[in-house]
Design a protein around this ligand. Structure first.
Ligand SMILES: Nc1ncnc2c1ncn2[C@@H]1O[C@H](COP(=O)(O)OP(=O)(O)OP(=O)(O)O)[C@@H](O)[C@H]1O
Ligand SMILES: [Mg+2]
Length: 257
């Protein structure tokens, strides 16, 4: 089961050259415990900062974030993050990289860790590469290892920071379908992206952010049926999808002028 997460008037200001540099401005929204929430926002609007705040890795300058009514802190072991860049340890194999999260968070014995890691490596389709090192993997493979590592810990909350942003269009497509297949609806997901199609395909709801300092522009409940992996074409060619895509394009396009 996931956790409900609530953000109330969350603002974040960096200090650049001793000048305040506001990034997030009074963001308020809530995520249900079984929801796949997508945060859609233009490049540089503060999406990574926002996820770090939700993970408790940075503290909001003002406002507060709660997880099931408790204030968030960086100590929680049931919140996992998939980072924008591939963060695999180059000197460890695929198997060791995936097992790593389990070592830190769960305290399982070696046998159990290996079994769980192998299972997830198989589910992301990398069994053939289990003993390979990151330098032998393509970008898509590395990101799959990152995904397997995050999912292997079976976190209640999964924070995903544009995990497919660096991939070529075809690999991205495949990874999105894989994620739709792997997500079983038993955890909370917050997925950030600047890609409108990705937001519409994956989310139960989309929170749209403005340019920085980012505000919430709107919430869009999508309610496309799940499971979506085998309905992808149907969703992407639906009238509602097309209309929303146009609207969001205009909205995000207007914002860039
Ligand atoms: N440590 C920092 N100190 C000062 N400014 C920062 C710092 N980290 C990020 N910023 C600035 O804050 C803004 C938001 O950064 P952030 O990485 O959160 O945005 P983002 O939406 O994730 O961007 P992208 O789409 O490129 O991933 C950017 O303009 C960035 O330059
Ligand atoms: Mg980012």
């Amino acid at each position: 089961m996931g956790h409900s997460i609530t953000l109330s008037d969350v603002s974040y200001t960096y200090q650049s050259n001793h000048q305040p540099d506001p990034v997030l401005h009074d963001l308020s929204f809530a995520v249900d415990e079984d929801e796949f929430l997508v945060v859609l926002g233009p490049s540089g609007c503060g999406k990574t900062t926002l996820l770090k705040a939700i993970a408790g890795l940075v503290e909001p300058t003002s406002g507060w974030i709660t997880v099931d009514d408790d204030p968030v802190d960086g100590q929680r072991e049931d919140i996992s993050m998939v980072f924008q860049e591939f963060v695999l340890l180059p000197w460890k194999s695929v198997l060791e990289n995936v097992a790593l999260g389990l070592t830190v968070q769960h305290g399982y014995g070696a046998k159990r860790r290996t079994a769980i890691a192998k299972e997830w490596i198989e589910r992301v389709g990398l069994s053939d590469m289990i003993d390979a090192y990151p330098s032998d993997l393509s970008g898509g493979m590395k990101q799959r290892v990152g995904l397997a590592r995050a999912l292997a810990t079976d976190p209640a909350v999964l924070l995903m920071d544009e995990p497919f942003g660096a991939l070529d269009a075809q690999t991205k497509d495949r990874m999105q379908s894989e994620l739709l297949q792997l997500w079983d609806g038993d955890k909370t997901v917050i997925f950030v992206t600047h890609d409108i199609d990705e937001a519409l395909l994956l989310g139960d709801r989309v929170v749209v952010l403005s340019h920085r300092p980012s505000r919430v522009l709107r919430y869009i409940p999508l309610n496309f049926d799940r499971p979506r992996s085998d309905r992808r074409r149907e969703i992407e060619t639906s009238r509602r999808y097309g209309a929303l895509k146009q609207e969001l394009r205009a909205e995000l396009g207007l914002l860039t002028t």
